[in-house]
Design a protein around this ligand. Structure first.
Ligand SMILES: *Cc1c(COP(=O)(O)O)cnc(C)c1O
Length: 320
């Protein structure tokens, strides 16, 4: 299992490569939730999401072991992160994307000098292709969450925030494959075990919720939640045992709750975050944490939004 020492090592490796993101506050957010809310702002991270932490930590290690070619199977934040870090380190990145990918995502990968390869429409087609391209080039395939270096890299978010918000009582983390959550749990539960760490997940993509309840990895099929960073079908083989060991709870939120949180954040706090990040705010607004007067950190995991999509993330419901 990944240890806090792995996370501390990742923090040293990432120095000068990633940004220590700010923690923002909002009086309006405090008032609305009845708690003190701290926003760990990974939407302001390089490449627009925390994914660059895990990708960079894994790629740095692979390069040290001789790789000069990396691949990934993601048109989203992970693909951008791998392309970015490869360019920074001066090595080649091939990013395998679905044939129906939108142009903005391809442009973002190309802007980071990644080579784009189109393959199928499902991750079941893309992942083997990305692994194969890596093998053909004696390169390294960078998994999005289920790798010790990726988990350790994401855990640096946890190390930073226990420094930045020493008074934290609760940390709320959006969960997809669980790399971010497992990393944060590893750091926080070793350094400050009294802090409660809660996962936030869409009702429509409740694979982690089901897996925790069933005590075994349980898959869902074909979700269309607007929180596209959380559409992973199941938790990882490495991430899940860490969640099982340490996680204090999971809050599920509806699509309308995600939209209300997204709209509130944009309109009231002026922060453009992804629906995947809004899930953490939605969990706090849901009242399901049953807290008052606590110091709650919400991890805003990313801010990459196709602006043409924004109208689909808005709601008729009142947000205040
Ligand atoms: C990938 C991603 C997540 C989920 O992270 P996991 O490590 O897969 O749980 C959450 N938010 C954003 C913005 C992401 O890109």
């Amino acid at each position: 299992m990944v240890s806090i020492d792995d996370v501390k090592k990742a923090q040293r490796e990432l120095k000068g490569i990633i940004r220590q993101t700010p923690v923002l506050t909002s009086a309006l957010l405090n008032e609305k939730s009845g708690n003190r809310i701290y926003l760990k702002s990974e939407h302001l991270q390089k490449t627009g999401s925390f994914k660059v932490r895990g990708a960079a930590n894994a790629v740095i290690d692979a390069v040290r072991k001789g790789a000069n070619y990396v691949t990934a199977a993601s048109s989203g934040n992970h693909g951008q992160a791998v392309a970015y870090i490869a360019a920074e380190l001066g090595i080649h990145a091939t990013i395998v994307v679905p044939e129906d990918v939108n142009r903005a995502k391809v442009e973002a990968i190309k802007a980071y000098k990644g080579e784009v390869v189109y393959c199928g429409t499902t991750s079941a087609e893309r992942i083997p292709r990305a692994i194969q391209i890596a093998e053909e080039n004696t390169g390294f395939y960078v998994p999005p969450y289920d790798h010790p270096d990726v988990i350790a890299g994401q855990g640096t978010v946890g190390l930073e925030l226990i420094d930045q918000v020493p008074e934290a009582d609760i940390i709320v983390v959006p969960v997809g494959g669980g790399g971010l959550l497992a990393g944060i749990l590893t750091a926080v539960k070793a350094a400050k075990p009294h802090i409660r760490v809660i996962a936030a997940e869409p009702e429509m993509a409740n694979d982690t919720y089901l897996s925790i309840n069933n005590n075994k990895i349980t898959a869902i099929h074909g979700t269309t939640t607007i929180a596209d960073g959380l559409r992973t079908s199941q938790p990882g083989n490495l991430t899940f045992p860490i969640l099982q060991k340490h996680l204090d709870g999971i809050v599920l939120v509806s699509e309308d709750e995600i939209k209300r949180a997204f709209q509130f954040m944009l309109e009231r706090t002026k922060q453009l975050i992804e629906p995947s990040s809004a899930v953490a705010i939605a969990a706090i607004f849901s009242g399901k944490l049953e807290t008052a007067d606590k110091n709650i950190v919400a991890v805003l995991s990313g801010g990459n939004v196709d602006l043409h999509q924004v109208k689909n993330f808005l709601t008729e419901s009142s947000t205040v």
